[in-house]
Design a protein. Structure first.
Lengths: 315, 378
């Protein structure tokens, strides 16, 4: 187990290092950044040099950048959006909002997706299965921003059931009402993905011999499925959580914009369009970190669930 | 060897009647043997949903190819005199759908006869008359085209905030989406096949090294790769395709690697190798053809993914350089005026949803049709 975990950690650190390096190279080598402006006064230039060590070779600059990030938590300051404000502070306010939304969406998606998956597998090739499969294709195909737009127009605007945009500092019932739409828009895809995956896995497992044994010894169809087949199907499903979480995180970029939610996605889009590179890079590293962490957690979970992996044999 | 029927053995002469040599005890095959692809095609034709999906794709492809040329408006003809026009389609307008109408609220009832404001034939319906502080006010449903003096123009899907024809823009955007999707998937497939074939065929340390590399690359979120590529290389079609290639080739490589592991130990491969067939031929002539079915399925599944990614990037402002249209850009522009002009979101939403659903259903059918375990099943 120790060897397995350390291997995963090493791979993760390497990936993160590559991402940070590429991001840094982009920041310094990109055409048209503020450091190349010839009109900068000498005083400002010296100040910039002192801050970013621009007069040193690029490798030395990279060393300073890494030391800043690792030792002091210094991600640089925003240039355009909120000048002189540390990037870390800008992101720190917004991370909880985004993460909250994503985790709620995932917590809804997994049980619902599993429920539909079991229903579809139990009623295989009959009406419930066909209905669920049809809905799955729809939900997997239609982009979340189309869902969001349709729901925003009909449910929020026409029917007025939910607020059209998100307002900060709401609590209790009002808060719940306003996150329903974004969370739903984010959840359709993952629900459908879970359903499809579990249905496929269950159908494969249902025809195996131990299921026949379970039925032979007198368990009901439902009981056998939930107690025996489901457990077996959960092992590969753990792995699909990563993709889902990263997908939800990416999707929330657009959903946050549609419902005007002050999350990381919004600030990243603004930063991209305003060419505020320090903010962009910090946001990208945030996304990478979250995705890598979820990969790590799932890998560890996988090790816990499946002893073959824990014991060090190849997947 | 002589035919036994013609051999006469003297001592048994006349004791036996020869069997009827004409009658065959076996049935003759009535059909000619069928290859894998022919059978797959026949199986595919039985999936009605997939056939419908295929024809929807064909219609959208046709419109993407020729749609922008079907009306006189260019994709970037800006004209503020005709901005945010509602959709108006010939023939359908007589049925009350897409008739170019718009509701104008709170108009003075006394001004309705003013022909300079309301040209003849522009008022379609007068609704909701009411008195507001002594003045009679009404809501009007007008033919917006006649109302602003463009009586014989037809913008099928309406126009946007710059007066650009949405039909032309939508299908020009669809065309670009399809081109990006097809090119990126084709390149992905080639790279994935070569990479997966090398990893799977040679195995051992080569495989270990290559797969560690894939693991590291696939740890980088797609979004990060897209953003970096497009910020650094600009918003060209090449940068977008390239960023899709960087993130998209790995599933194909995994697939091909797994297939190679399955087939490289088979006896026929061993036989070919014993006969001195070089590695290159073994890989491409003897093992790879086994992977064609899953490969086609994988590529077809990747296409809607690429279409989605393209429109997603365009939506968040990382798509092609304006004024080049894209479904994502149109959806994002439409989102801003969703509550006033929902049709500006409606049409791009329908097209992208139809395209994604059709491609998914089509590739589902293709997957079942090309599934080698279903040979002989109809």
């Amino acid at each position: 187990m120790v060897r397995y975990v350390s291997g995963r950690l090493l791979a993760m650190a390497l990936t993160l290092f590559i991402i940070v390096t590429i991001s840094f190279a982009m920041l310094r080598l990109m055409p048209g950044n503020i450091f190349e402006n010839p009109d900068i006064p000498q005083v400002v230039r010296e100040a910039l040099n002192a801050k970013y060590h621009l007069d040193k070779p690029i490798m030395v600059q990279y060393g300073y950048f890494l030391r800043g990030v690792l030792a002091d938590g210094d991600w640089g300051t925003s240039i355009v959006l909120q000048p002189t404000k540390p990037v870390f502070d800008i992101l720190w306010q917004r991370i909880p909002v985004s993460m909250h939304l994503n985790i709620v969406s995932l917590l809804i998606s997994l049980p619902l997706g599993m429920l539909f998956g079991i229903l579809a597998a139990l009623g295989r090739n009959r009406a419930p299965d066909h209905a669920i499969s049809f809905a799955v294709v729809m939900c997997i195909s239609i982009p979340s921003f189309v869902f969001a737009a349709v729901m925003q127009y009909f449910l929020c605007f026409r029917l007025g059931w939910f607020p059209i945009i998100y307002r900060a500092n709401q609590v209790g019932w009002e808060y719940l009402r306003q996150i329903v739409m974004p969370v739903l828009a984010l959840s359709f895809g993952p629900i459908a993905a879970t359903t499809r995956f579990l249905r496929g896995e269950l159908i494969e497992t249902l025809s195996s011999e131990f299921m026949m044994l379970a039925r032979t010894k007198g368990l009901t169809h439902f009981h056998a499925t939930v107690r025996h087949a489901l457990r077996n199907s959960l092992v590969p499903m753990v792995n699909s959580i990563v993709g889902m979480f990263v997908g939800v995180l990416t999707g929330s970029l657009v959903i946050e914009r549609i419902f005007a939610i002050p999350g990381v996605g919004g600030i990243m889009l603004q930063a991209i369009n305003a060419l505020d590179h320090p903010v962009t890079i910090a946001a990208l590293i945030f996304y990478s970190l979250v995705s890598l962490l979820s990969i790590l957690i799932v890998d560890l979970l996988y090790g816990v669930v499946d002893p073959r992996i824990r014991m060090g044999s190849r997947r | 060897m002589t035919n036994i029927n013609e051999t006469s053995i003297p001592e048994f002469e006349g004791m036996f009647d020869p069997l009827n040599t004409e009658a065959l005890k076996d049935d003759v095959f009535q059909t000619s043997p069928m290859g894998f692809f022919k059978e797959s095609f026949l199986r595919f034709t039985r999936y009605r949903v997939s056939i419908v999906a295929f024809w929807i794709i064909m219609v959208v492809v046709f419109l993407a190819a020729f749609g922008p040329a079907l009306n006189p408006y260019g994709f970037n003809d800006q004209n503020v005199a005709r901005m945010n026009m509602p959709p108006r389609i010939p023939y359908l307008e007589k049925m009350g759908i897409a008739d170019g109408s718009r509701i104008l609220t709170n108009r003075r009832a006394s001004g309705l006869s003013d022909l300079t404001v309301y040209p003849p034939g522009s008022i379609m319906e007068i609704m909701n008359p009411r008195m507001i502080s002594g003045v009679e006010m009404v809501d009007l449903k007008v033919n917006y085209y006649s109302f602003i003096g463009l009586g014989d123009e037809y913008f099928w899907f309406g126009t946007d905030y710059l007066g650009r024809d949405l039909f032309t823009r939508l299908f020009r955007g669809t065309r670009i989406s399809l081109i990006i999707a097809i090119f990126s998937v084709a390149i992905n497939t080639v790279i994935g096949v070569i990479y997966g074939a090398i990893a799977g065929y040679y195995g051992g340390n080569v495989d270990m090294l290559l797969m560690r590399l894939v693991e590291i690359i696939s740890g980088i979120p797609q979004l990060v790769v897209f953003t970096l590529f497009i910020l650094v290389f600009g918003r060209g079609i090449n940068a977008i395709i390239f960023s899709f290639v960087v993130t998209g080739w790995m599933p194909t490589a995994y697939l091909i690697r797994a297939q190679f592991y399955r087939f490289k130990g088979r006896e026929y491969v061993l036989a070919a190798r014993t006969l001195g067939v070089p590695d290159r031929l073994l890989v491409f002539r003897h093992i790879l053809p086994n992977c064609v079915g899953p490969l086609i399925t994988r590529a077809m599944i990747a296409i809607p993914g690429a279409i989605f990614s393209e429109s997603f990037l365009a939506y968040i402002g990382l798509g092609l350089q304006p004024p080049e249209p894209s479904i994502g850009v149109m959806l994002s522009d439409g989102q801003r005026v969703l509550l006033q002009f929902p049709y500006q979101t409606l049409f791009p939403a329908i097209i992208i949803s139809a395209l994604m659903i059709s491609f998914n259903l089509f590739s589902n059918g293709l997957r079942d049709a090309l599934d080698p375990t279903k040979r002989g099943e109809f």
